[in-house]
Design a protein around this ligand. Sequence first.
Ligand code: WTA
Length: 656
Amino acid sequence: MSQPTIESILNEKRLFEPPADFAADARIKSMAEYQALYDKAAADPAGFWAELAEQELHWFKKWDTVLDWQPPFAKWFSGGKLNISYNCLDRHLTTWRRNKAALIWEGEPGDSRTLTYAELHREVCQMANVLKDLGVKKGDRVGLYMPMIPEAAIAMLACARIGAPHTVVFGGFSADALRDRLNDAEAKLVITADGGFRKDKVIPLKAAVDQALENNAVPSVENVLVVERTKSGVPMVAGRDHWWHDLQPTASGNCPAEEMDAEDMLFILYTSGTTGKPKGVVHTTGGYNLYTHMTFQWTFDHKDTDVYWCTADVGWITGHSYIVYGPLSNGATSLMYEGVPRPSNPGCFWDVVEKYGVNIFYTAPTAIRAFMKMGEAEPKARDLSSLRILGTVGEPINPEAWVWYQQVIGGGNCPIVDTWWQTETGGFMLTPLPGATPTKPGSATKPFPGIIADVVDLDGNPVGDNEGGYLVIKHPWPSMMRTVYGNEERFRRTYWEHIPPKDGQYLYFAGDGARRDEDGYFWVMGRVDDVLSVSGHRLGTMEIESALVSHPAVAEAAVVGRKNEITGEEVFAFVTLESHHQPSDELKDELKQHVIKEIGIIARPADIRFADSLPKTRSGKIIRRFLRNLASGEDIVGDATTMEDQSVLDKLRQGA
Ligand code: WTA
């Protein structure tokens, strides 16, 4: 018997060709070129990656084996020796890029700093020597808990340089969350700052570290390095705490990069997931370096004159792969911005674009929807004409938000790259190539060359065109996670066992629903944990939410299932409105009618609740499981500490 899949109801037909002049100048200029790369890679993935590894990276010693696949464990380029910090820094120093800006940094209060490749290299070497002096050796884990300042990138590269895996914990996490992660990784040293600026406030990072380490709660930690950022006068524990500025500037700038095996661990990054303790996603050196390098180069069509800006925090995988490693490995200029749009400066992103002439801009749907909500005045008041590519990541993007992004921010002539990927995948899996792929709003389009993606049912059988199912990857790729740190069993269970191997082929599944249309385009429908079951129809969240967001009054929408005796579940929608729109019963009726018109009676919300804001994770993803509890009038179940703003739930409760 066929297993239940997910029904697809969205019918988005707009198509945008890459502008002809853009395509003419692009690295990959047509679908024919894309297809040729895709076919070549599919015919011989190992050969495809080996050729690029040889051509694009520096190796101290070539590998013995390209791919060793003992499902679900992959090894890429075993026996090969390289160092990602060498590939990000040293190799550029013998070229004209030596004096090119590697990092452009803008602080929230308006201070700024630019580091050339030569300067960044020197600072990284100095930091690497400091770490060594403090007893950090190859293989030791180092915890980072930092604001968005250049020292965060310097610290990551310094760890990589001496072969000490880093584990970056986002600065918005609590002391408890930090403690758990440092303990799981058994970090030997922690790098932090006195504080960071966020939304015009000082985030007390050092105080959180002190709290996390209180009463020897993380026995592995021997030393704490502290960057002075906010000058907030923090207490220092004698013998344990050291100021960065006391040690780093006087350390030697000579520190040859450690020769790492391609399969040596580069970093651990914790993902919260929806249940249970966070998983330490392990990435290794060679495959990760290659894959982030290639995806950055092709998806962002990188040119040496570009100023590239990814608005993510270095605490997320997006910051690792596409602020630090991918861009620097390509010799790009990567912009880091400490601030976020805030009431005192809603247009700050556009100021930064204008000030530095940003060419490639990469952000998340949650930010785009917030901009839509604020209106066009802010972006319209700035010169955004330097932009040539716009990217999005983190959640399915609603087609209306996509079109707004393209029109209002991109002025109608920037290709949009909607990149689907995960902490676990290391780099882009589904993505347009901007000079080649005609784009459809809401679709992450096609697999990157070398990625074999499919949509299957729970038995692993491919579903038909336009049928919803489970998004899987069929062949190992260089930057796939290697394991859950210290827990192989959890790695197997989480990613490889929900959908059993099919005809001996292992299928990687990390929890998203999707459909593939008649043109081979993938449409990610949201997390399968969030699927609703209405009168026997299994509906993904993305499509109903997109229908709501396509109404001019709606800024954001989240839908969940509420128990209904007749239909199993009914659709319950939480909606935030664009400025200048007021909640009313008439508007509720209008929105219900709108959903019926857009996708049909099956998706009609039984109820709609207006809200000021929706509960989100600290990386900006809507948390639907709390809304499910609220819709059913239940208590919130589960850990709310991963939330960005806890007061959002209280407000939603009061609005009931
Ligand atoms: C979601 C972020 C649709 C998806 C890089 C995935 C997306 C999870 C997209 C991973 C996209 C990310 N379209 N959904 N373009 N990008 N997602 O680990 O559910 O923070 O599984 O990595 O975000 O989130 P993570």
